[in-house]
Design a protein around this ligand. Structure first.
Ligand code: HEM
Length: 382
């Protein structure tokens, strides 16, 4: 990958120019200046990601209230049980797809459990994710709109059931959202759908891709794997290790902005209406900030890590994403003595990041000592 330079105009853009911002310093400057760089990039309602200023500040505390430490602590046992179950179902000594076989089923089940959605939705959501991937890759607006409408119909039905049930509605996160207020008034259906779309549509896929990056990274780097295995009971160290593997190969590629008032970034003059892409993946590998971008330095690089963004739109779901990634990794490590690389990785086609295929082989003591193959070890209890 070449070193990032000043914002570069995307030759493919029609209408107002689109600039790709790739330097760490420039990406931070744009993300932290919400006055000059608006997040209102879509004609669709996007809460809170498409809101600016006071409107954004009105919804942000409500969104944050769903990701507190207490809530995450309460959720951890359920997510751990899901992770253990998915890991237990995987074969030993045979190739396992880290995204398709591990990350995706785990992320879908974890999200359904968190939101109180029925298990029966898992297949619907997995099918939807597959179609959404294909639609995003096609860049065909009719297709993406059709897929988005299908998703909205699923969510609208879930909220309708809860509204109709009134007092008898299940005590889950989705019900809480249907009862939540902003400025003393209940949320409208379109607002609830927008919030839930943001929490599910992209983020299940992001977590699944992150699982692929992290597990394959450990397989490709036995020295780091050994170090992570040794210190895996130190929660902070494990979370910083995960963040650093994601910094090196960040599957959450970019977010958009539109210039709200004439300004300048990285020596390039920008006009009102110009479009920007904040390229997180590139900024996370900027040698001017990190030196050798591939050098694994979790402690040193943590303060500059941009995997979850920065500024007023910094990811409010970071605590949930981190919990999910930590729990699934702990379960994989506990259930194995080694994770080996196998085959070549296949990257997702742009604009998606991460892997389409990243196989590994899970080994247990019995298999690594040659005592048997195809043995399926259960995860030791924690
Ligand atoms: C590993 C997975 C994830 C990554 C890498 C990630 C990354 C990011 C980044 C970079 C942003 C900043 C966007 C911007 O500045 O325009 C963001 C925003 C956001 N993320 Fe995440 N995210 C992840 C998972 C999640 C999860 C699990 C949730 C919730 C369930 C979530 C909810 C949000 C929301 C609501 C915003 C918009 C915040 C705002 O505009 O104020 N994210 N995320």
């Amino acid at each position: 990958m070449s070193d990032p330079g000043p914002p570069a105009r995307c030759p493919a853009s029609s209408g107002p120019p689109t600039w790709h911002v790739t330097r760490h310093a420039d990406v931070v400057a744009v993300a932290q200046d919400a006055r000059s760089f608006s997040s209102a990039v879509s004609r669709h309602l996007q809460i809170p990601n498409g809101l600016d200023g006071a409107e954004h500040a009105r919804f942000r505390p409500l969104v944050e209230s769903f990701f507190t430490e207490d809530r995450m602590d309460a959720l951890e046992p359920d997510l751990r049980a899901i992770a253990a179950e998915v890991v237990r179902s995987l074969p030993r000594d045979h190739p396992v797809e880290t995204v398709a076989d591990l990350g995706r089923p785990f992320a879908v089940r974890a999200t359904c459990t968190w939101l109180g959605w029925p298990d029966s939705l898992e297949t619907t959501l997995l099918d939807w994710m597959r179609d959404n991937h294909a639609a995003t890759r096609s860049a065909d607006h009719t297709r993406t709109s059709e897929v988005a409408a299908r998703f909205d119909a699923i969510i609208t039905e879930l909220t309708r059931v809860r509204r109709d049930a009134g007092e008898a509605a299940p005590g889950d996160v989705t019900t809480e959202l249907t009862q939540a207020t902003v400025d003393g008034r209940p949320l409208e259906d379109a607002e609830i759908v927008s919030i839930l779309r943001n929490w599910t549509a992209g983020d299940i896929a992001s977590v699944a891709l992150c699982v692929g990056v992290v597990v394959r990274y450990l397989a490709d780097h036995p020295d780091v794997q050994e170090q992570v295995r040794r210190s895996r009971h130190d929660r902070g160290a494990l979370e910083r290790a995960i963040d650093e593997m994601l910094r090196i190969d960040d599957p959450f590629v970019a977010n958009r902005r539109v210039v709200a008032e004439p300004t300048e970034i990285g020596g390039v003059a920008l006009d009102r209406g110009d479009r920007l892409q904040l390229r997180w993946t590139a900024a996370n590998r900027d040698p001017a900030r990190f030196g050798d971008p591939d050098a694994y330095r979790p402690e040193e690089n943590a303060p500059h890590n941009l995997v979850y963004g920065t500024g007023p739109h910094v990811c409010p779901g970071r605590s949930l994403a981190t919990l999910e990634l930590r729990v699934v990794l702990e379960e994989v490590l506990d259930a194995t003595t080694r994770i080996d690389s196998v085959g070549q990785v296949v990257r997702e086609d742009p604009p998606l990041g991460g892997y389409a295929s990243a196989p590994v082989v899970l080994r247990t003591d019995a298999s690594t000592t040659g005592a048997g193959s195809g043995i399926s070890a259960g995860a030791p209890s924690r």
